[in-house]
Design a protein around this ligand. Structure first.
Ligand SMILES: O=P(O)(O)OC[C@H]1O[C@H](OP(=O)(O)OP(=O)(O)O)[C@H](O)[C@@H]1O
Ligand SMILES: O=c1cc[nH]c(=O)[nH]1
Ligand SMILES: [Mg+2]
Length: 210
């Protein structure tokens, strides 16, 4: 599996703001939006393009556009904070939604929402979820996509734990990963260390569980 870490100084500065426990929800959401713009920008570097004629005020020339804009799939809740920034860079894209909540005892994902096109053959998908911890949630999401015929999945994360990356690798699913960091590991509650806490709660409120 191709894993790409975005170590640009501006991306790392936004990530640091998100890690900082003193960062409040509005600033956390702003840093996530800005970091998502950078992750999407880098992930899109390899997207196929097509040429088409455009007229400038001076003359005719050749323009460039994405040949096949991806479907965007934020994983609720935490991925919602990446959706608007991704759509801003990819305005031609459509959006599907997957709602998953990790069980606090088994750490397995519980699916509560799924709104996706029935047939994803030929359509690349950009999955948005800031956290790859055990990998259960993203494996579940990517399997839903592959079951609908998707063969080209890019997962965008803020943080990835090595064990989660290994799980996605073992899944054999057709995906690549773009992340701002590969962290050290997980604690006994399966939170990423050093991490940033619960990405959903830090954006939208909730009780700390780590
Ligand atoms: O790799 P995993 O061990 O499966 O953990 C990662 C998942 O945990 C978080 O969601 P959470 O279940 O906390 O739901 P939320 O977004 O509603 O907070 C996160 O956004 C991922 O989806
Ligand atoms: O560290 C973690 C692990 C899973 N989900 C989160 O939001 N944070
Ligand atoms: Mg959460």
């Amino acid at each position: 599996m191709d894993v790409h870490v975005i170590d640009h100084p501006l991306a790392q500065a936004r990530l640091t703001a998100m890690r900082d426990a003193r960062t409040d929800s509005p600033s956390f959401r702003a840093a996530l939006r800005e970091l998502t713009t950078m992750l999407v920008y880098e992930a899109a570097r390899s997207f196929p393009v097509e040429k088409y004629p455009v007229q400038t005020p001076v003359t005719g020339t050749e323009g460039t556009r994405l040949a096949n804009p991806p479907l965007l799939v934020p994983v609720l809740r935490a991925g919602l904070g990446m959706a608007d920034a991704a759509l801003g860079l990819l305005p031609e894209s459509s959006m599907g939604f997957v709602g998953l909540a990790r069980d606090e005892e088994t750490y397995e994902p519980r699916a509560y929402m799924e709104s996706l096109p029935r047939d994803l053959a030929g359509l690349p998908v950009l999955v948005l979820d800031p956290m790859l911890a055990t990998g259960g949630s993203l494996e579940h999401c990517c399997r839903l996509l592959a079951d609908r015929g998707c063969t080209d999945i890019t997962v965008l994360c803020v943080l990835a734990a090595p064990i989660g990356i290994e799980r996605l690798e073992r899944s054999g699913l057709p995906l690549r990963l773009v992340t701002a960091s590969i962290d050290e590991g997980l604690n006994d509650k399966m939170f990423i260390v050093p991490g940033l806490g619960d990405a959903g709660d830090r954006q939208f409120g909730g009780m700390p569980r780590f």
